[in-house]
Design a protein around this ligand. Structure first.
Ligand code: ZN
Length: 311
């Protein structure tokens, strides 16, 4: 049996696990993220902890894969730029190989999560998949033929920043009308609050105020309140548009939805699939595209790191 280590660097903690080749978790742990040049130190200390907890030695671990925010050079595993980690041209893979003395691969965190879901989560068994994460922003990754689509020099695909409404709402990236400006959890929350202010008779006011309402609120009231239903329909319309664009370009077998909004489960995916199937190029008869929620939650990146070594 071969064993693989996966490490996922987040803004506040690094999560790590060791799995066997079937994806079974042998052990997992986490440690606070150290930013700047000390990043490798916290990864190495977590790796040591994991190897000890697994009851193995390093020579029994086939390799370690690290998912890291920012632009990662796919050739040498260096961090080209990661603003939140205060890193630029940081040779992360070289430092880790020297200390851990096992093969190491490094990839962008969104791509890593997509690979994790593709190999061990909702995308298991499919060659071509897309992960779209609906959180504070809209991110994701594209897996083609079981491999991460890296783009030129690892600059990657920014699925959240394709325009779905020309001249539309302002986006964090500077453009207008991006997928992210309409389909992030933040955009959904803003639309909910706007709709509540427009309709002071809405049932949503029974439980929530303008301070406490969020993206879950319209889903909670969609069956009984017309304004809540309109917010959900508005959101689904833009989400279906963005997902159809992605499907028309990459024609994956499955699009997986991750992030906070995915907690709505089939309340989100069932109506979305219907809208999407109507818009999908050529229809959904010949090469259908499933829309399902991601299943690995915040372990997706660590699984993806481990999966990097299985490619
Ligand atoms: Zn944008």
């Amino acid at each position: 049996m071969a064993y693989f280590m996966g490490l996922d660097v987040g803004g506040t903690s690094v999560k790590g696990l060791i799995i066997d080749e079937t994806g079974k978790i042998i052990c997992e742990d986490s440690t606070p993220t150290l930013i700047g040049e000390e990043l490798a130190d916290c990864i190495i200390s977590l790796a040591d902890t994991l190897v000890r907890a697994s009851g193995k030695v390093y020579s029994q671990i086939a390799g370690a894969g690290v998912c890291c925010p920012g632009v990662i050079n796919p050739d040498d595993g260096s961090v080209v730029f990661a603003g939140n980690l205060e890193l630029r041209d940081y040779p992360l893979r070289d430092i880790l190989v020297k200390k851990l003395k096992i093969p190491v691969k490094v990839c962008n965190d969104a791509n890593g999560a997509a690979l994790g879901e593709a190999k061990f989560g909702a995308g298991k068994g499919y060659n071509d998949s897309v992960l779209v994460t609906l959180g504070t922003g809209v991110g994701g990754g594209i897996i083609l033929g079981g491999k991460i689509f890296e783009g030129n020099k690892g600059a990657g695909a920014e699925v959240g920043h394709m325009v779905i409404e020309q001249g539309g709402a302002k986006c964090s990236c500077g453009r207008r009308g991006c997928f992210e400006a309409y389909c992030s959890a933040r955009a959904l929350t803003n639309r909910t609050k706007w709709a509540m202010e427009e309709d002071t008779g809405s049932d949503m006011w029974k439980t929530y105020t303008n301070d406490t309402a969020d993206g879950r609120t319209p889903f909670e009231y969609m069956d009984s309140d017309r304004t809540a239903r309109q917010v959900v329909d508005w959101y689904l319309k833009y989400l279906a548009c963005g997902l159809t664009n992605l499907a028309n370009i990459f024609r994956p077998e499955i699009i997986m939805i991750g992030g906070g909004v995915a907690a709505q489960g089939t309340r989100l995916t069932a109506p979305l699939q219907k809208l999407f199937d109507k818009e999908l190029f050529g229809g959904s008869g010949y090469a259908p595209v499933k829309i399902e929620c991601a299943t690995l939650g915040n372990r997706a990146g660590a699984y993806g790191g481990a999966a990097l070594l299985m490619e």
